[in-house]
Design a protein around this ligand. Structure first.
Ligand SMILES: Cc1cc2nc3c(=O)[nH]c(=O)nc-3n(C[C@H](O)[C@H](O)[C@H](O)COP(=O)(O)O)c2cc1C
Length: 308
């Protein structure tokens, strides 16, 4: 089985990816959260930090591009190629209104003809591996068959399917009938993504889908970074320390580091039992030193109980 770390804007930064690989062992691929295309300029400093090869050493990182303009995709992909990347991924999954209202991310799925032309242009122009991360449709799962016909026309490196539609955001259950249709009809290698939060769910997925070889995981790994390997309290403590110090060394302000670390605890808190009092304290911690005190106490006193 190959495990991929899903791209998560603001969360799976290069500092996060590096700390994760160092503490838990590298997963098979780490997808870099989406880069937007720029007509008149190169990468912004923040984007450059994400893609610099020296920030992605010892992991297989795949940059992702969010656009509906073939020209922009091609230009950005070529720029990434110069940094040594052999594969780029197209984001056809982002459900956020600001993105989809401009027909990007999952919003592009509502324009199948344009999407087909886009892929044609991109495949004609680029000499790179191109993978797609898609939802099952914009408004309805019935769109999926037509989308699959389009993907089947191109030699994708892989088709990563998060089988929800845009209108689901992250609610409702993944639409497994779309996944099964993809299994039946996709000419491209498939990767499943969605709601694999625990080892048990991963085992169950593998039992029901024998022969599938690629899984992409997002929130489950943020909750339990050791989900795909070993997961001890000591490793987790080490991981947290590397993250916090990594962000500080990278020059982030204490306020930004505090915000980033707090964001993770929305997920990570479920690694421990009996955490009610800590949850609020972490959320309200006014500064990094208070944050450290609370989380150190939590690590010392709460029972380590990753969901099984
Ligand atoms: C906070 C957040 C940020 C995300 N950022 C991206 C992104 O940059 N690119 C992308 O393709 N998907 C993004 N996603 C979607 C995830 O990659 C993934 O498809 C989704 O969380 C479903 O997988 P999961 O159930 O394993 O979490 C994001 C999701 C969340 C919750």
């Amino acid at each position: 089985m190959q495990f991929y770390f899903a791209p998560m804007e603001g969360i799976t930064t290069w500092v996060y990816r590096k700390a994760h690989a160092e503490v838990y062992g590298a997963l098979d691929k780490y997808f870099i959260p989406f880069l937007e295309t720029h007509e008149k300029r190169d990468f912004k400093t923040r984007e450059l930090q994400e893609i610099l090869p020296e920030h992605n050493e010892e992991i297989r990182a795949v940059p992702q591009i969010l656009t509906n303009k073939a020209e922009g995709f091609i230009k950005t992909a070529r720029a990434l190629q110069k940094y040594g990347y052999e594969e780029v991924n197209l984001n056809l999954g982002c459900p956020s209104k600001t993105v989809t209202s401009r027909h990007r991310g999952a919003g592009f799925l509502a324009l199948p003809e344009e999407l087909d032309h886009f892929l044609e242009e991109v495949f004609d122009a680029l000499d790179m591996k191109i993978s797609v991360k898609t939802r099952a449709g914009k408004d309805s799962a019935e769109e999926f068959g037509g989308l699959l016909d389009i993907y089947n026309k191109y030699p994708l490196e892989e088709l990563i399917l998060h089988p929800r539609v845009q209108a689901d955001y992250y609610k409702n259950e993944p639409r497994m009938e779309c996944w099964r249709e993809a299994q039946k009809r996709s000419r491209n290698p498939l990767c499943y993504n969605g709601d694999l939060f625990t080892k048990e769910r991963i085992r169950e997925f593998c039992r029901v889908n024998p022969g599938e070889e690629r899984l992409m995981i997002g929130r489950g790994l943020i909750l339990n970074p050791g989900l795909c390997s070993h997961s001890t309290k000591e490793q987790f403590a080490e991981f947290q320390e590397r993250l916090l110090n990594g962000y500080l060394e990278r020059g982030l302000s204490e306020t930004s580091v505090l915000f980033k670390m707090k964001e993770l605890w929305f997920y990570q808190i479920h690694l421990f039992s009996d955490t009610k009092r800590y949850e609020k304290q972490i959320r309200k911690a006014p500064g990094l030193s208070e944050y450290k005190q609370i989380t150190e106490k939590l690590l010392r006193e709460s029972e380590w109980r990753p969901p099984v």
